[in-house]
Write a protein that binds this ligand. Sequence first.
Ligand SMILES: Nc1ncnc2c1ncn2[C@@H]1O[C@H](COP(=O)(O)OP(=O)(O)OP(=O)(O)O)[C@@H](O)[C@H]1O
Ligand SMILES: [Mg+2]
Length: 472
Amino acid sequence: MSLKLVTAPTPATILVVDDEPSMRRYLQTVLEVDSHRVLTAASGPEAIERVQAGPPPDLVLLDLVMEPLDGLQTLERLHQLRPGMKVVMLSCVSDTRKVVQAIRLGAQDYLTKPFQKAELDAVLNHCLSQAPLPPEFEGQTGEVEELSDDLFFVAASPAMRKIREQVDQVVNVNVPVLMLGESGTGKEVVARLIHKLSPRSHRTFLKVNCAALPADLLESELFGYEAGAFTGATRAKPGKFELCDKGTILLDEIGEMPPALQAKLLHVLQDQQFSRLGSRSVVNVDVRILAATNVDIQQAIASKKLREDLYYRLNAFTLHLPPLRERREEIPLLIRHFMGLFAARYGRTPLPISPNLIEACVRYSWPGNLRELENFVKRYLILGDENLVLSELEAAREASLGGDTSSSGAPPKTDPQDLKSLVRSLKDEAEMEAIKRTLERTKWNRKEAARLLKISYKALLYKIRQYNIDRP
Ligand SMILES: Nc1ncnc2c1ncn2[C@@H]1O[C@H](COP(=O)(O)OP(=O)(O)OP(=O)(O)O)[C@@H](O)[C@H]1O
Ligand SMILES: [Mg+2]
């Protein structure tokens, strides 16, 4: 928190919740000097009562460590009562984990005790000047499930709750599950969730990216080989199917699997049997097969990229992961979740998440879905400059409007499997090529390239990053 000269904030009603009388007195005095109206409470339950009884305060200063309800529990209850209420946590240096949780739960900012008056003023100024969130995004709660130390499944929208229910229906039945959805919508997360909730959870989960390897390598990777099966195969090696016996395998980007291998896979699906390369004996395995793809499945079948019989085997149960722009109501919760997660991962204190920031994020269309949102939050955490990341987001929005004037920041609802997503990916490719060519032409003079491309300089910078275009 920088200690620039801060003017006293506009007078507001502030509820101070702290079990230490001296802290309450100190805050009451300094706040009243600045003409704020101050209410106090010595415990969580008392604070809840006050908020229930009277008109809600403009802001709550809430101690983290209290009895019988601690600051986190109190925060949750306050937000249930008054969704969107602005709360600033009062913490101690050792409470980092709890601060992370508080931000995740919707606290707007925090102060570390002991703090100076200038720090208090800066935080109050910032919080009180922010417009409240639009009502539809207030008080948004959702389920957060931990899949492993660093991986979570968040579901807060009706669409994702439905997915969560569908997952429950399939976890105990050993049928293949096909996950469809644009890139970054969470197909792999859902696959891991299925494995974790299934009776196989204590066994291996493996992911194989079918697009990453050439056909013969992918075959030996999946099915293994005997010594002498091909030049260089000095020793026998089991494949992923064998390593995954009694476990779960995720065949990622199944639409890219070479057709010859698709036939072999079909066989595994039918008989749970296969042979290693160079072997005549069969191996029996009990592997649960999950598959995922972001390509248009009907088109992949029509163009014979995906075998129809394999498709019918795989799609016993299909989960359609909706793009983030079709579940915008989850965005505030996801931002808080990612902020907490990355703050913990990188050992940083989480940054405040202002209503301005949330609103801009809710308006943006996130073509890269949750992965893009994740990167946005990471960038904000690392750069620490809200205005900067917001202007980048605006540039990204402008850039996406450049090619498609119909979308005005809120693209029309589209089925991820339809023609539009195909057109979009082709458009992206064409756009990237055009940018590369123009940059070559202008010898990487980006101002000139932006002028030629008729987009703003900021939009060009964004696109260079988005497409990972490197200077030769
Ligand atoms: N429901 C969710 N809750 C929390 N985090 C999520 C959720 N869905 C996705 N993520 C996060 O977003 C990122 C992208 O998710 P994931 O890798 O599952 O997407 P994907 O659909 O498999 O994308 P691709 O098609 O590009 O492989 C991951 O870092 C993941 O942790
Ligand atoms: Mg994936």
